[in-house]
Structure formats: C-alpha cells, structure tokens
Design a protein around this ligand. Structure first.
Ligand code: SAM
Length: 248
C-alpha cells in the first residue's frame, strides 16, 4: 500500500513529522489510548520497569534524558517509580508537545523533578558524560538520521549509563501480523481523521513504522554507536519492542 509518502527524502522528513505533532499535540494522549486500546500504557510501564531507576535517595539524583519525550509519559513514570529520586529532562523538537507536558506536570505535581528542553535528537545541546540514562519512546522512527541520534545518545551518557528505546516493531506471529496490518493501514488513518481531521499525517506514521528496521538490525545499529550488552525484549507478539544497551 502506498500513501504517496514512499518518496519522502531524508531532508523532507523532519518538517512532515513536526507538522504531525503540532497538529495532534492537544489530542496526542487521547489518540494514544484510542489507537492502542490503552496498550501503550502497559508497554510504557514495562519499559520503565526494565529501566528500573534507583528507588532510594542518592548523593545526586538519577539523571534521565527523555528524548522525543513529548507530553512526558516516560518521565512521569520514571519519577514515580524512583519514588521521586530521579530528575528528568524532557527533550523534544516540538514546542507544542512540550507545552502539553508542562501543563500535565503542573497538574500531577511533578514539575520540581522535570525540566523541558526543545531541540533535535540528532544534535543534543548537552555536555559529554552527563546523564545516567537516556530513553527514547516511540520517537526514534521519526528521526531522519537514526545513526546520529544514537551517537549523540552515547556521547551524553556517563560511563555506566544506559540507553533504552521503546518502539513499534515487526509482528512475529502469524495471523496477528495480518490483523495488525489491516488495522494499521485502514483503521489508524480513519481514527486519526476522525479525531484530528488529518488522515494523511497518520498514514505517514504508519509508513514510518513499516520502514523501521527489525529488532536484530536495530540492535546492530545500537552496537555500531558504541553500546555494549545490547539486548531487546519483544511485547505483544512483536507489535512493540524495547532495546537496551550500556555505555561501558
Ligand atoms: N515519548 C512520548 C511518548 O511515548 O508518549 C512521545 C512520543 S511521540 C510518538 C514522538 C515524539 O518525537 C514527538 O513529540 C515528536 O515531536 C518527537 N520528535 C520527532 N523528531 C524528533 C527529533 N528529531 N528530535 C527530538 N524529538 C523528535
């Protein structure tokens, strides 16, 4: 199936992605629930459980950089799971998404543990060796040059720091793969159209999922960026996967 986005070149990709998330920012959280049937909450919980941030006070708080952090879902979970012994920088290229995140942080009383920074994952405005963990959830497939984002992740992590990525992936179960394809190619643009009036943007997102490297290829890309002990876990028949690697 083609939605006319096949020929999107690297240079055209970021403006298109930015348009999608400017469009949906205020409805982003409800869209996630609708499109995943609430499953994204469980995937994010499992992701943060695997990260397992320290839950006791330390001399300096556990420092997380949550790239493509959007409206803050991963950061809020990490702070809660750490019993407020973590600090997170929510980093995103899109000011509209960060605005929603700031409002949510005020509402849930976690803003003392967060800051919000706007910028590009391919070129992080942070010093070398400055974070204990780097997370990117449902963000890396939107980044035009994934290798640049990965090498920046490696650069800003401390030695002993951990890289973790949560992303959609290739479905490995017969039948489920067909159901999933039908759902994503037909239902997702329709739901997107219904809630945001913008089916095209959602077709583009479905395309970006289909084009994203499979689990073993993505693992090799993480290793190429210099990470060690890279491993992954598949969830829900492979619909989504999480990868982990260490800067040693
Ligand atoms: N991590 C959040 C979550 O799991 O709910 C948000 C994920 S949302 C699907 C993808 C986010 O990636 C958007 O907020 C978008 O603005 C951001 N993004 C896209 N390209 C980016 C880039 N080059 N650098 C930083 N963020 C980017």
């Amino acid at each position: 199936t083609s939605f006319g986005f096949e020929a999107v070149k690297e240079g055209d990709k970021q403006p298109r992605v930015n348009h999608v998330f400017h469009q949906v920012a205020d409805r982003y959280d409800v869209m996630n629930d609708l499109m995943s049937g609430g499953m994204h909450r469980l995937w994010k919980d499992a992701f943060v459980a695997w990260l397992n941030p320290p839950q006791r006070p330390r001399a300096t708080p556990f420092k997380l950089l949550d790239v493509a952090g959007g409206t803050g879902d991963i950061s809020f979970r990490v702070i809660e799971r750490s019993r407020k012994n973590a600090h997170s920088t929510v980093f995103d290229i899109n000011g509209s998404m960060l605005d929603v995140g700031r409002d949510r942080a005020k509402d849930n009383g976690l803003n003392a543990y967060l800051d919000f920074v706007e910028g590009n994952a391919e070129d992080l405005p942070f010093e070398d060796n400055s974070f204990d963990a780097y997370t990117i959830a449902y963000g890396i497939r939107n980044v035009p040059r994934i290798d640049k984002a990965l090498s920046e992740a490696h650069r800003v992590l401390k030695r002993g720091g951990r890289f973790m990525c949560l992303e959609f992936s290739n479905v490995e179960m017969p039948v489920l793969d067909k159901v999933y394809d039908a759902f994503s190619f037909h239902a997702i643009p329709k739901i997107g159209d219904f809630v945001t009036g913008d089916a095209e943007s959602y077709s583009y997102l479905v395309e970006s999922i289909r084009k994203f490297p499979n689990k073993t290829r993505f693992k090799a890309m993480i290793e190429d960026a210099g990470f060690r002990q890279v491993s992954y876990r598949s969830m829900s028949g492979g619909i989504t996967a999480m990868h982990s690697g260490w800067k040693l």
